[in-house]
Design a protein around this ligand. Structure first.
Ligand code: GLC
Length: 560
């Protein structure tokens, strides 16, 4: 066995006690699908409060709530009609305060989602812009242009939206507005000082209410260079993403975050923020720097296949990037936008497929209508448990998505009439969309909507959800829920310095690393068992680990 010192981050360049978020386990709640307290089929804020003990017992350090603001739900709440209120269907600001108090009382921090790229078309500003007409100050808060062609009947450019379909929409008086996402999500004009001032107000509003941090939605898309003539779609596609692209990851977006950072630092402790920025790895540190948002998602594990070499490369690269940024690394396997990782790892290759980007593969497989019978549920979950325990052993922050602690699979067979995701409708079903990972959680194996609420669930729960219910897993030492609970509890002992050392295994399908507290994490991506050296196994994703790591399993070993 040889030791190779590899990438590491150094907590020492922060203060003596590192800030809480550097190695936090953050649990993402998709509020409308978490727990429904009033029986209307939609999860709500009181539902979260009612599960505060569950969250505490799980052992997470923080929750991140996807949007709970008033919304017409054109994009699952990411179309915000009012940034400083709670959707009446989900509760009130008082309910929110109660939830924060209940979570804080249990030592759980609260992170909320800020959606600054676009508002809902129901937002007062957009309604005002429609009424005020062309040339008005109200239209200047958005991106309005005249169309092309003799009567302006053609869009200003042939751009397509991220969700499919055209990115420009015509309004009654003939002008067009730009929307990167759904038609109901008009993009804001971040050159407008009023827009900038209003978001600072929103950040203060929630910070003053005790919120500990913010997740910034599509943080890389706010600023734009829309000087005429606008480029064509083909011209846009040919441009590099080096900070000068007219629409994506522009250098000037960081002026906004520098201002926000000053606001965050007015609070004690400073409010934290994490960027959702789908940008080239080399540009992640720009968002993660302490003088910017302070942390950024790294989606590389989520896009990797269950493969030792890929996992090692991702970990090494990202620890190096984190060190360069002064932040800690983040790790993600699932969230509300992607096919759940238990399912991704259980899918057969598609015919003719070469190489696979795991996340895209999951969506492609579902799109191709892959039959349920083709999914290896057991194998997918076995690999998911191994990957999750690997992730939880890494230095840095772990972002977990509700339901992954139950080992939930994607729900593939939601009838078209019950789907909600705009990507499904805007691509006429060619993209199956993200509803399959947003189905309300099963809390009990029996009863109305499996304990989610008293009367139904807004997306249909399949019969097989029952066996993944919380009450079916509690106290079963081998269940996925108990595995997460144990790992999250032990993790606090692991997260001392933000470092790891790789231990060479002589196998290309086994990863083995040591943390500064002397514990080791070993993941066997292959099928042949891997023999362990000295030490006590404190965690195992397989039932039968003793002296060795069975195939497709992770163990944590206490060596000191
Ligand atoms: C982010 C969100 C996604 C949403 C999109 C537009 O990618 O995670 O759910 O649809 O932004 O707001």
């Amino acid at each position: 066995m040889t030791l190779t010192a590899d990438a590491r981050t150094d907590a020492a360049h922060s203060t003596a006690v590192p800030p809480w978020w550097r190695q936090a386990a953050v649990y993402q709640i998709y509020p409308r699908s978490f727990a429904d307290s009033n029986g209307d089929g939609l999860g709500d804020i009181r539902g979260v409060t009612s599960r505060a003990d569950y969250l505490a017992e799980l052992g997470i350090d923080a929750v991140w709530l996807s949007p709970f603001y008033p919304s017409e739900l054109a994009d699952g709440g990411y179309d915000v009609a009012d940034y400083r209120d709670v959707d009446p269907r989900l509760g009130t600001l008082d309910d929110f305060d109660d939830m924060v108090a209940a979570l804080h009382a249990r030592g759980i921090r609260v992170v909320v989602d800020i959606v600054p790229n676009h508002t809902s078309d129901q937002h007062a500003w957009f309604q005002e812009a429609l009424a005020a007409g062309r040339g008005s100050a109200a239209r200047e808060r958005y991106i309005f242009r005249d169309g092309k062609g003799p009567d302006g009947a053609e869009p200003p450019a042939d751009w397509v939206s991220v969700f499919g379909g055209p990115a420009w929409e015509r309004v009654a008086d003939g002008q067009w507005y730009f929307h990167n996402f759904a038609t109901e999500q008009p993009d804001l004009n971040w050159d407008n000082p009023e827009v900038r001032a209003d978001f600072v107000r929103t950040l203060r509003f929630w910070s003053d209410r005790g919120v500990d941090g913010f997740r910034i939605d599509v943080a890389h898309m706010l600023t734009k260079d829309l000087a005429e003539p606008l480029p064509s779609r083909a011209e846009l596609d040919a441009l590099p993403f080096d900070g000068t692209h007219p629409l994506i990851d522009r250098d000037d977006v960081h002026e906004i975050y520098a201002e926000w950072r000053k606001v965050f630092n007015e609070y004690d402790p400073p409010r934290t923020a994490v960027a959702e920025a789908w940008v080239a790895p080399s540009r992640i540190p720009l968002y993660a720097r302490p003088e910017s948002l302070g942390q950024a998602f790294n989606f590389d594990l989520l896009q990797a296949d269950f493969d030792a070499a890929e996992f090692r490369r991702v970990v090494s690269d990202n620890l190096t990037l984190a060190e360069a940024s002064g932040s800690s690394s983040t790790w993600v396997l699932s969230n509300h936008d992607v096919v759940r990782h238990a399912t991704r790892y259980g899918l057969p290759p598609l015919p003719g497929e070469r190489g696979r980007d795991a996340e895209k593969h999951g969506s492609a497989w579902l799109r191709a209508g892959g039959p349920e019978s083709a999914l290896d549920r057991e194998g997918g979950l076995r690999r998911a448990r191994a990957a999750s325990a690997f992730l939880l052993g890494l230095p840095g922050s772990a972002y977990l998505y509700q339901g992954e602690e139950l080992g939930l699979h994607e729900v593939a067979d939601i009838p078209a009439g019950e789907r909600q995701d705009p990507t499904f409708f805007r691509t006429e079903g060619e993209e199956i969309g993200r509803d399959g990972c947003r189905v309300p959680l099963p809390w009990t194996a029996e009863g109305s909507s499996l304990g989610f609420g008293a009367d139904g669930a807004h997306l249909p729960q399949p019969a097989w959800f029952a066996q993944y219910a919380v009450d079916a897993q509690e106290d079963d030492a081998h269940s996925t829920l108990e595995l997460y609970r144990r790992a999250l509890k032990l993790r606090h002992e692991l997260q001392t310095e933000e470092k790891l050392e790789w231990i060479e295994t002589g196998r290309d399908d086994v990863l083995h690393f040591r943390r500064p507290n002397g514990w080791e994490v070993v993941t066997n991506f292959g099928v042949e068992p891997y023999a362990l050296g000295a030490g006590e196994i404190v965690l195992s994703t397989a039932e039968d680990a003793s002296g060795e790591v069975p195939g497709e399993a992770t163990v944590w070993v206490r060596t000191a």
